[in-house]
Design a protein around this ligand. Structure first.
Ligand SMILES: Nc1ncnc2c1ncn2[C@@H]1O[C@H](COP(=O)(O)OP(=O)(O)O)[C@@H](O)[C@H]1O
Ligand SMILES: Cc1ncsc1CCOP(=O)(O)O
Length: 528
């Protein structure tokens, strides 16, 4: 009978990474105490006698904790120590040959870097796949491309209904484990069974603590994913409730005046800061990487708008810190389809941190989704837009694991389950520069309101270990869009507005005078 393995925390050994003075077996023992659920002995330079000795002693330790032992590559060692399994690389012994040589029930795992590797692994009947490298790593000289967090979901999808288990490997550590687990879930809801780690545990002076942090994160996340999948079946949003909740967010913003950190483009800095102030929040425009950590502690939300990319390092760091603090992160990939540099920067940012909301016009979101249906012209969209915007936002939200806001004369918002259609706004918004950027600011401000509400409701968050962001970001996105578009309608009707020049200050006025009542009474909202 094959043994059922818990893959939650898969330690791959790395003797060469031990801190000075740390004994290998002591480190393994502490890692097991910290919650490692599988150990793979990986020795790339040891001779056979040494490998055998290490494998035997590691097995003794593993047995004490009832944790299975896997041997990397060497079938002879696996046979000699009666290991629970072997792990094979793409250039190691073929799985079919290994199966013949090993006793029935031996676990076989294979390293996979792309969908073809995964398909082969399925047809060869392996027990699990190790997907990597997901982040960069200094532990191994990589011969295959780095997959990136966002690339893993497509491989997991191949495993749907196969029963095969999957772990990800490569650069995973306590600080990015939740981001890795959250961001790798496939569009079908297929998540990782665990994470495989070398340096974060082996290189630590306190491997017990390093392992415990990782294990707790994986356990909390797996439970949360189950709840998320369950909730997606039962979810129902009533229009009245959405509007009541959104109104509360505006009150929260006015009451707490959250700091909205904006890394934005130099065309719109002043008007975005003024829009933030008009809603009752407090803007700070800061781009230097050196100040990102300090800002993450006080901020209510972060907006990353890359209309003019001058501070990629700052954007990367600010987002990572916002994720660590579980604060809202709104990403506005302005003109992402316009140049290769923007495309690769967006991919790098989105692989590094988890956006809470991505907002863009049809051209931008088409570029992000690799869709040919809509073309972009610089920072603007050309053509008539998506034939089925509701399905588009829903599937992109599932892919990016966040809220998607598709702007235009109608705005479409989705969290991957529900789709919300908003029909407020005025054509003059399209005739002033930076209305899309101001919308990003308004969304970030309402997301800060949603974050504050979550903190208010649950001051000491029990869910915080598995929560990627605190607060209902769908409501934040709806609130931000309604605020700007309703203000634009009221502004455009004013007798003192004679064109786009007078429209703009009137728009700021109407954001300033926005009330929960106006939001609920004027909203043109449909929940699909
Ligand atoms: N013709 C229009 N009618 C109503 N609202 C509009 C119109 N054009 C743009 N908007 C509003 O302006 C905001 C910015 O959207 P958009 O113009 O698509 O962004 P961008 O400036 O990034 O291209 C959105 O909230 C949208 O609802
Ligand atoms: C063995 C292996 N396979 C792909 S990346 C990697 C090394 C992962 O090491 P670390 O967890 O230290 O990045």
């Amino acid at each position: 009978m094959r043994r059922e393995i818990d893959f939650s925390l898969y330690l791959v050994t790395g003797r060469e990474l031990l801190p000075p003075g740390k004994d290998y077996f002591e480190s393994i023992q502490e890692s097991l105490e910290g919650g490692v659920t599988v150990v793979q002995v990986r020795e790339k330079t040891a001779d056979t006698a040494e490998f055998l000795d290490i494998a035997l002693k590691t097995k003794e330790l593993c047995q004490k904790y009832d944790v299975p032992l896997i041997i990397n590559d060497r079938l002879d060692i696996a046979l000699a120590v009666k290991a629970d399994g072997v792990h094979l690389g793409q250039t190691d012994m073929p799985v079919s040959v290994a199966r013949q040589l090993l006793p029935a029930g031996t676990i076989i795992g294979v390293s996979c870097n792309n969908a073809d590797h995964v398909k082969n692994a399925i047809s060869e009947g392996v027990d699990y796949v190790g997907i990597g490298a997901v982040w960069g790593t200094a532990t191994k000289k990589l011969t295959s491309p780095i997959i990136g967090v966002r690339g893993v979901g497509a491989l997991l999808r191949e495993l749907d209904n196969t029963g095969l288990k999957a772990v990800a490997i490569g650069g995973i550590k306590g600080a990015n484990a939740l981001r890795t687990l959250h961001g790798t879930v496939s569009t079908t809801g297929h998540g990782l069974d665990g994470v495989a780690v070398v340096s974060d545990i082996a290189g630590s002076t306190k491997p017990r603590d390093a392992a415990r942090t990782l294990r707790d994160t994986v356990s909390a996340f797996k439970e949360q994913l189950q709840n998320e999948l369950q909730a997606s079946i039962n979810v129902s949003y009533a229009k009245k409730d959405v509007l009541t909740s959104v109104s509360k967010l505006l009150n929260n913003v006015k009451a707490y005046k959250p700091l909205i950190h904006q890394i934005t483009n130099n065309v719109v800095t002043t008007q975005s800061a003024n829009a933030t102030l008009a809603l009752g929040a407090s803007p700070i425009m800061a781009t230097a990487p050196e100040e990102m950590k300090d800002l993450s502690r006080v901020l209510g939300a972060l907006l990353v708008n890359f209309g003019t990319i001058t501070s990629k390092e700052g954007m990367l760091l600010a987002g990572q810190f916002a994720n660590e603090e579980k604060k809202p992160l709104v990403f506005d990939p302005v003109g992402v389809g316009a140049t290769d540099f923007r495309r690769t920067t967006a991919a790098q940012l989105l692989n590094t941190w988890q956006a809470s909301v991505i907002k863009g016009n049809a051209g931008e979101l088409a570029a992000l989704a690799d869709s040919k249906e809509v073309q972009a012209k610089g920072v603007d969209t050309s053509g008539t837009g998506f034939s089925d915007p509701a399905s588009f936002v829903k599937s992109l939200a599932r892919k990016e694991r966040c809220i998607i806001v598709l702007t235009g004369s109608t705005d479409w918002i989705s969290d991957g389950n529900v789709v919300i259609r908003l029909d407020n706004g005025h054509p003059m918004l399209g005739d002033i520069t930076g209305s899309g950027c101001m919308l990003g600011t308004c969304i970030a401000t309402f997301c800060a309101g949603a974050y504050l509400k979550a903190v208010e409701d649950e001051p000491i968050s029990e869910r915080s270990l598995s929560t990627i962001v605190r607060g209902d970001m769908l409501l934040g996105a709806v609130g931000g869009v309604l605020a700007l578009t309703i203000a634009s309608e009221i502004a455009a009707q004013r007798v003192d507005v004679r064109g786009t020049g007078t429209f703009f200050p009137a728009l700021i006025d109407e954001l300033y005078h926005l009330t929960p009542d106006k939001l609920t009474q004027l909203a043109k909202i449909q929940i699909l």
